[in-house]
Design a protein around this ligand. Sequence first.
Ligand SMILES: NC(=O)c1ccc[n+]([C@@H]2O[C@H](COP(=O)([O-])OP(=O)(O)OC[C@H]3O[C@@H](n4cnc5c(N)ncnc54)[C@H](O)[C@@H]3O)[C@@H](O)[C@H]2O)c1
Ligand SMILES: [Zn+2]
Ligand SMILES: [Zn+2]
Length: 393
Amino acid sequence: MRALTWHGTRDVRVDTVDDPTIQEPDDVIVRITSTGLCGSDLHLYDVLGPFLDPGDILGHEPMGVVAEVGSAVTALAPGDRVVIPFNVSCQACTMCAQGLHSQCETTQNHEWGTAASLFGYTKLYGQVPGGQAEYLRVPFGNSLPIAVPDGPPDDRFLFLSDVLPTAWQAVAYAEVPRGGTLAVLGLGPIGQMSARIAARRGVGRVIAVDLVDERLERARRHGAETVDLREHDDVAAVLRDLTDGRGPDSVIDAVGMEAHGQPALKAMQKVAGLLPDPVAQKLIQTAGVDRLGALHLAIDAVRRGGTISIIGVYGGAADPMPMLRLFDKQVQLRMGQANVLRWVPEILPLLVDGDPLGVDEFATHHLPLEDAPAAYAAFQKKEQGMQKVVFRP
Ligand SMILES: NC(=O)c1ccc[n+]([C@@H]2O[C@H](COP(=O)([O-])OP(=O)(O)OC[C@H]3O[C@@H](n4cnc5c(N)ncnc54)[C@H](O)[C@@H]3O)[C@@H](O)[C@H]2O)c1
Ligand SMILES: [Zn+2]
Ligand SMILES: [Zn+2]
């Protein structure tokens, strides 16, 4: 089959690789019809290279049609339409039972001391072959795939794999008081969808921050007030000015480790990408090479006693944090990978009866898988108005 594989920092290629096969009785093989490109893939493309091997298949936002099922699979049959959550989770352990699918105890990675495996996401998360490919092997075939109805186009359901539950969790964890104010930092797909979900769930005001024209424009079209990072030296002060001097009740950081700015750390992330793997792994795990610009802005801007919801991914182990300010302001912090299946039952009704979240128009680009290397480059540079890419293998 054809698959998007990683070969080095900013070097991904579409290769011919072996088809996946059934390995466990409850495996299913899915023929992928649509598969998303995510901001998280950009971390693999650039700074997380030390945790990948050449040939690793990327991608964690797939959907398609069941092609083959193992002997123990009773919940699905060939021909069924399914979306695959990005967490590889068992739905049977203590963590899964609490809706903490990203912490699944069956697939935790003890060698690295990390949480549950993810499709297409580095040795830290199980090095599981990903879904930017023609076929994908999916374990836990009786409970992991989300069966979706035939009829609406793929894009109606595709974002259940990641964007929708991730944004839903970001908003849930932000715990905005009814009618309160939420600032969303970063208007990639995750921030964009968080802003829409927040508005739908009764948040009074959404103030969205980014530095890319069409991303700010898109958030405004969906009812958010916007602040352009490029126009202000002190964005936290701007956010306070907009909220009676107090700051927003809650702030979502939908940016993560590659925040714009902080040139010294950017250089260090580059160095980590060039060092031999074991040395770079150690540097990332011990020295902390995240760029914390967005997180510092969140801490600065949030009102006293307010809540910060970190949904952007961070990876360094010892990043310096302004603990004094966090403690002094009595801030509530929540974070983590999305627990995809935790939120699907709440989201599905918004997809089958019309399209209130605008998912049908959410992707800005639909491309053949063969175009993936060029799409990674353009998405990283935010060129060609690229906001969300869906590949059609
Ligand atoms: N927790 C999860 O389960 C989960 C799931 C999916 C994605 N993510 C993470 O969410 C983040 C966003 O993903 P995405 O797909 O929307 O990616 P993206 O890269 O398209 O979006 C990031 C946005 O942040 C903006 N930005 C950069 N620096 C900023 C700053 N200092 N202040 C405000 N905005 C800034 C960029 O212009 C960009 O629009 C990534 O870190 C990704 O890894 C987390
Ligand atoms: Zn993703
Ligand atoms: Zn589990």
